[in-house]
Design a protein around this ligand. Structure first.
Ligand code: SF4
Length: 216
């Protein structure tokens, strides 16, 4: 484990500069975020600062390497913290716990809202794929119009608006599923002590839906 990264994380986590857990209730669009100076996640991961970073690309190995390193670091810090507090992480108080958790997970992922959310994400892919050629033609037409520089006709604002809309739809397409899962999961019986988390997750999902509708 990279000791300097761990120490740096500990030092940052102790700083009062950051708002606890703010990164759980945002849309992860760091480049556009006005709360970056208050965000621990942004401070510890410089790659988050670039929209086109390979660490933000699900299909890039660096994305998964980043996830792997974060998990490794988290487990190590968890182990250290448990040791300091005298907790045994292998202690299983309820042997039936895992079975109940699996049932609960199945119940959550079969929620109609989540099914709709995933169907929407795939529908966006299908819609965009079907119109790939059209998008290409439109871009070529706009390039030509910009080159021609006709008086009284400026296609640039339309090109920018189109780009913005597609970018926004794509950004939120798969973002909704984990946020709604988190909200529904917290709503499960007996977890009302997690209501702040439920509301925070539901709120950012609603914002993402509003932005997506606006973009469409
Ligand atoms: S900087 Fe990024 S991770 Fe942090 S709150 Fe803003 S959008 Fe979220």
């Amino acid at each position: 484990m990279n000791e300097s990264r761990k120490d740096r994380l500990k030092n940052l986590a102790e700083s009062e500069q950051y708002i606890s857990g703010i990164y759980n209730y945002c849309d992860r669009w760091c480049e556009r975020c006005t709360m970056r100076s208050k965000c621990l996640s942004f401070a510890i991961d410089p790659d988050l600062r670039m929209e086109d970073s390979p660490r933000n690309d699900l299909n890039n190995e660096k994305f998964w390497q980043g996830i792997h390193e974060s998990f490794e670091l988290t487990f190590e810090l968890l182990r250290e913290s448990a040791e300091e507090r005298g907790f045994d992480l292998n202690f299983v108080p309820d042997p039936d716990y895992e079975r109940r958790e699996r049932i609960r997970e199945r119940r959550i992922i079969s929620d109609p809202l989540l099914k709709t959310t995933m169907a929407y994400a795939h529908a966006v892919d299908a819609w965009m794929d079907e119109r790939k050629a059209l998008f290409g033609e439109t871009a070529t037409r706009m390039d030509r119009a910009i080159e021609m520089d006709l008086p009284g006709h400026d296609p640039l604002p339309i090109a920018i608006a189109l780009h913005e809309a597609v970018e926004m739809i794509r950004w939120y397409q798969f973002f909704l599923y984990p946020k709604i899962t988190r909200a529904i999961s917290g709503m499960e019986e007996g977890e009302y002590d997690r209501m702040d988390d439920v509301l925070g997750s539901a709120r950012i999902a609603l914002i993402a839906i509003e932005h997506s509708i606006g973009a469409w």
